[in-house]
Write a protein that binds this ligand. Structure first.
Ligand code: ZN
Length: 611
């Protein structure tokens, strides 16, 4: 969605629409309480022939395929004022044999899921992700869109979106790609100005829009917190992006029944969080804001070629999400520390989680960050009723990519007097600001030019991006005076951590982890653990009791039920492989002045140094 009119290659369907100027929608909410909206789509000047309409199966920012066609029904079509029949060649497609002139299509949309992907309609709001709500004609992607909302009487709804307003209730987009990327929140919301800044002399205004139960003062205070995150991120990149209409919106929806989600877009982001209020949860909720705003640079403008343009018939597969999401994940946390919203201890806790995940999970042991990125088409809120072996073949590209960012940041700091911020600025200059989509070789080349060390860049990418080698994190952390080590008293490891106890039954909830004691003992998803050693397992605490007095290397008999049949096996306890990450001071040592300097430059505010 880099530029607004990219994709016109859909001539397969053999119809034309030369005279057609725009695709117009009108949306009303006669049955909001039961989660329905009525949508009218109008084409005023089509040529005679077949017109094919479809619902999307993918959504900008969501990497897995979704069936949005399932939630539209009561489709009716009029051609020049006369009701006409149509075909439904696929679940989400409608074909009309039209005479030249006007075509009007009407349907009911159902939406009862509040997150960044779907649509949610009720008496309090309409929360619309465009691909989940709007049927579109094929082959007309370049035509501008116009959408008009008939607000429910007495609702006091206002409309917040990155679409360009023509009035308070009518908005336009320059084409399909931008339209699909523009979520819309209709609600009685709170609004607060986060920041007004300049990019190349152009005014940039960033807004907080909150469909929240809190009063205005909470929204105002929260906007001030977000402003610190915004400025800390701008310091990394050297500037704010130039937003398309000079504006950016955080569309925040907070309600206990919401899904927890953040979905980045070009000039806005949707953040839904399952809480009663913002008040009292400010700092906790801020992580998603930090992550999503970082995307305004990383992925929205510094954009992998593989995601260009959006293909709405299925999700695009990308090898680069370890950077697009993983580096965003790394910085989302780091920026909160720099902006003063996280303590050093909290920051180290996150780093330790990242490192332990990639050092211990089979998905990272056997698959590369590139492969993890490509599995996103199934993993990113992908929906399936059958079981997958995800816990053994997949490590989240968020975490995996964050580990690559962490390793690269510390490598640049310790060997090149450079930082990952320098690298991000170099990528911004070459690919982000000019919006030239990148490939992995482009990323490698930028690293080689920045470090003036081509062999280093080649090896780093071969080992840690294309390959499954793991960086020496302990050595890297040591440069900043942090110690990554085996804890003094490591916990015992059984591989039975995913047991769920209900009604006195301890059932293994997913595939056991490859290489774990439980896996080696032949235990599998669905097995019920009956007795471990001499301990009968009826509740969660029984598992801990069974291990009392034992040490790594001990073997315990285990009685279990497999598909209704009682079986016996032996489980050999090992030490937990989880490492701890602590500051040298905590371990009773004093970090050197150089280490203290590395820490400060890495973890403290960067705002003064760039302004
Ligand atoms: Zn993200």
């Amino acid at each position: 969605m880099k530029k607004f009119c990219l994709y016109a290659g859909l001539s397969l369907f053999g119809f034309t629409a030369f005279a057609q100027k725009e695709v117009a929608y009108t949306v009303s909410f006669p049955n909001a309480i039961h989660h329905e909206a009525q949508v009218v789509l109008e084409l005023t000047d089509i040529k005679a022939g077949d017109v094919l309409f479809r619902m999307a199966r993918s959504s900008p920012g969501r990497y897995a395929t979704h069936e949005f066609g399932k939630n539209i029904y009561n489709v009716k079509v009029w051609n020049n004022g006369k009701a006409v029949s149509f075909e439904q060649p696929a679940g989400d497609q409608y074909r009309v044999k039209a005479a030249a002139g006007k075509l009007r299509l009407e349907y009911t949309l159902f939406g009862n899921w509040i997150d960044g992907t779907y649509a949610g309609i009720d008496e309090s709001h309409a929360h619309l992700n465009v691909p989940a709500a709007f049927l579109f004609p094929l082959g007309m992607d370049k035509l501008s869109r116009k959408v008009t909302f008939n607000l429910p009487k007495g609702s006091e709804w206002k409309i917040a979106t990155q679409l360009k307003p023509l009035s308070e209730t009518t908005f336009t987009a320059p084409g399909l790609q931008y339209f699909m990327d523009s979520p819309i929140e209709l609600a009685r919301y709170r609004q607060a100005l986060v920041a007004e800044r300049q990019t190349n002399g152009k005014k940039q205004r960033i807004w907080y829009v909150g469909h929240i139960a809190d009063d205005q003062s909470v929204a105002d205070q929260y906007a001030a917190m977000i402003a610190k995150v915004v400025d800390e991120q701008a310091a990394i990149w050297g500037e704010l992006p130039a937003f398309d209409y000079g504006e950016y919106r955080f569309l925040h929806d907070v309600h206990p029944e919401n899904g927890g989600d953040g979905m980045e877009h070009r000039n806005s982001t949707v953040i839904t969080q399952p809480r009663k209020t913002v008040k009292g949860n400010e700092s906790q909720l801020l992580g998603t804001f930090s992550h999503e705003f970082f995307h305004a640079w990383n992925v929205e403008r510094l954009r992998p070629k593989s995601l260009e343009p959006f293909d709405f018939s299925h999700s695009d597969i990308s090898s680069e999400l370890w950077l697009a999401e993983g580096f965003t994940q790394y910085y989302g946390n780091l920026v909160l520390k720099r902006a003063g919203f996280r303590t050093l201890e909290e920051c180290l806790h996150v780093f330790s989680g990242i490192v332990n995940t990639v050092l211990t999970s089979p998905g990272a042991r056997e698959f590369s960050p590139v492969q993890a990125s490509r599995y996103a088409v199934f993993a990113d809120a992908g929906v399936a009723v059958d079981q997958t072996n995800m816990s053994n073949i997949f490590t989240s590209y968020y975490t995996y990519g964050a580990s690559v960012a962490l390793a690269l940041d510390l490598s640049l700091r310790s060997s090149y007097r450079l930082t990952l911020d320098d690298y991000m600025r170099a990528l911004w200059k070459n690919h982000g600001r000019p919006e030239i989509p990148y490939t992995i070789p482009n990323l490698e080349k930028t690293l080689a030019l920045l470090t003036k060390d081509e062999p280093f860049a080649r090896k780093f990418f071969a080992d840690y991006v294309y390959g499954t080698a793991k960086p020496d994190f302990a050595a890297l952390f040591a440069h900043a005076g942090f110690i990554l080590r085996k804890p003094a008293n490591p916990a015992l490891y059984t591989g039975l951590e995913r047991v769920q106890v209900a009604n006195g039954e301890a059932r293994i909830s997913g595939s056991t982890i490859k290489g774990s004691p439980a896996y080696e003992a032949g235990l599998d998803a669905g097995d019920i653990v009956i007795r471990l050693g001499r301990q009968r397992i009826n509740d969660a605490s029984d598992l801990a009791k069974a291990l009392e007095g034992h040490k790594a290397g001990d073997s315990l008999d285990l009685l279990y039920s497999h598909r209704g049949e009682k079986k016996q096996t032996t489980i050999k306890l090992t030490e937990s492989p989880v490492l701890e990450l602590v500051a040298m001071e905590v371990a009773g040592k004093q970090p050197g002045a150089d280490m203290v300097a590395v820490r400060a430059q890495w973890l403290n505010s960067q705002i003064k140094q760039t302004n």
